[in-house]
Design a protein around this ligand. Structure first.
Ligand code: DAH
Length: 344
């Protein structure tokens, strides 16, 4: 039996030398060392020898088994190294090749402006509210002190869906909706950005769909001074610390007094296309909330006051970025809108 054992060992040593593939080695290992492999013969034979011979014979069988096992292991490692080397030689990676360029999205310039305005107001305690774009005549006009047949309706050419349902012409109806919802739970401090619609012929400065952002404050001791300070802060944050504002008396049915607000132009040359040499650029409308609007919203005008601001986002975006045609904002031309990459 010992002879047979040596023979098997010799055979395995020789055979292993000829093997060049890991898979073949694995198969051969099973053939020899698995439970039913060639080596198991000796284990079976060991059972048959007299008890006193068992320890020394068993030791010898075991020695050979250990030797064979380590032979297989060595060969396995050798083949693994060889395969790795071949792979490394075959598959060269050029680490100097440039990586793939992934196109990242960018915010639309009007969304950048809306975000900026919201960031100015949030620390002052304002919340963002939303309202429907398909709106009732009641909220779009009536609650804002513009009854049916009021001449002020002509200021806003309206897309009517039915007699009482329309596409909102401004974000001001959100004022009325918020007041109705809050019912004397002051203070109200809201912002409402969104799309609005008017029957306009589209040209360089008009679009049938555009963006506004409404601000509304209602509380007990609100005065024009609060409005002015707020406008001054916004103008400086949006356009730069050196800017000044100017309030011009105006008319809106939902505010009294009403103002149009200009920001100073930074030009110091003749022929400025932005301010047309006036030194001032109109940026928005604002005013103290009209007592009728407060009343309709459920607020007692003898106790509560408020101010409202209506930002024209398109106009502010065009001014801020020097865009000369409103249609650039709506044509979805990536060459235009991807220029405004901002921090995310
Ligand atoms: N809603 C007005 C418009 O679209 C803009 C406006 C003016 C809003 C004055 C206001 C405001 O809140 O106080 O023409």
């Amino acid at each position: 039996m010992l002879e047979k054992l040596q023979e098997l060992k010799k055979e395995v040593v020789q055979k292993i030398q000829t093997i060049t593939q890991a898979k073949a080695l694995q198969e051969y290992k099973i053939e020899i060392l698995s439970k039913k492999g060639a080596f198991s013969y000796f284990m079976e034979e060991l059972k048959k020898v007299p008890n006193e011979e068992k320890p020394s014979l068993g030791q010898k069988i075991n020695e050979v088994k250990v030797q064979l096992t380590s032979l297989f292991e060595e060969k396995e490692n050798e083949l693994k190294q060889k395969e790795l080397k071949e792979k490394l030689e075959k598959e060269r990676i050029d680490v100097t090749l440039p990586g793939y360029q992934y196109q990242t999205g960018s915010k639309h310039p009007m969304n950048i402006v809306i975000d900026e305005i919201i960031q100015i107001f949030l620390p002052l305690g304002y919340k963002v509210e939303e309202g429907p774009e398909v709106e009732q005549d009641f909220y779009n006009f009536e609650c804002l002190n513009i009854p049916k047949n009021h001449p002020a309706r002509d200021m806003q050419d309206t897309f009517y869906i039915t007699d009482n349902v329309l596409l909102r012409t401004h974000t001001s109806p959100v004022q009325a909706r918020t007041m109705e919802k809050n019912k004397e739970k002051t203070p109200i401090k809201i912002l409402c950005p969104g799309k609005v619609y008017r029957r306009d012929d589209d040209d360089a400065t008009h679009s049938h769909q555009f963006m506004q952002l409404e601000a509304l404050v209602i509380d007990k001791d609100i005065t024009m001074a609060n409005l002015k300070a707020t406008l001054d802060l916004v103008a400086k944050k949006l356009f730069g610390e050196k800017r000044q504002i100017r309030l011009r008396a105006s008319y809106f049915p939902f505010t009294e007094p009403s103002v149009e607000v200009d920001v100073s132009c930074t030009c110091n040359r003749k022929g400025c296309p932005v301010c047309k040499d006036t030194g001032w650029i109109e940026i928005l409308g604002a005013g103290m909330v009209h007592p009728n609007v407060l009343k309709m919203g459920g607020y007692d005008p003898s106790q509560y006051k408020g101010f409202a601001i209506g930002f024209g986002i398109d106009r502010i975006t065009m001014l801020k970025y020097g865009i000369d045609d409103i249609r650039h904002l709506y044509n979805n031309d990536l060459r235009v809108i991807t220029q405004f990459k901002k921090e995310r």
